[in-house]
Design a protein around this ligand. Sequence first.
Ligand SMILES: [Zn+2]
Ligand SMILES: [Zn+2]
Length: 258
Amino acid sequence: MGERFGQACAVRQKGLKMTLQAELRSMLIRVADVLLEAIFPTRCYVCGTFFPRPPEKALSAKGYWSKFAETFPDNLDYQKVVSPFLCPSCSKGFTLVEPPICRKCGFMMNTSSENDPLCARCRTSPPRFRMARAYGVYDQAFRKAIHEFKYREAIGLVRPFELLLFSTFLRHWNPEDIDIILPVPLHITRLRKRGFNQAYVMFRRWPRMAEILNADWPDIQVRPDMLVRTRATESQVGMTQEERQANIRNVFRVRKPS
Ligand SMILES: [Zn+2]
Ligand SMILES: [Zn+2]
């Protein structure tokens, strides 16, 4: 009896210790949050205004991802994803890509009577790729955020973007069918200027994210080194599709064809 009582006390003490540890941990996170807010107040990546930091901003990437594990990848709450990075008003400037969409380019269509629609552009000049998909319409504050990320080196935005892109990938492709994922390479001068390849940073952590988000991840290789860009090209902002095609003709090469 005495021994059992002793065991029960030990168990209770252990439980108490764990509760204290958890409380201490959450207190430390709150303190870190307050300090961070004082040193680096939260500034909207799109409009630049300061806004109240959402709770748990100081969480690690793992902590941030795990908040979405329950509904991933089908029902990702866009506003929740971007709330630590965009102010409340810029978080609203977004349109989700929803069906009906073109089966090839993923372009959102107004109406379609077909089950598997094809847009006018893909009908008249079929693209060389099999399938392209986007998470959101390139418009409003979402467009500005992408611009900040690509042209103003706002690397902090990689955290919401890699999550949105990963959900798009899993919703439209079967990972079992994919062998390799590789980014469109930048020319070395552009890479030096920007400091990162904006495509690569958006998927390099997918294997780790898959673990945290309980997503299916067969042995897909992530290879940023397979293609090289042989010459620097003009920025494609404002170019038509034909101009873009001419701009990148014969620019890419496989590093080791064998
Ligand atoms: Zn804003
Ligand atoms: Zn299309």
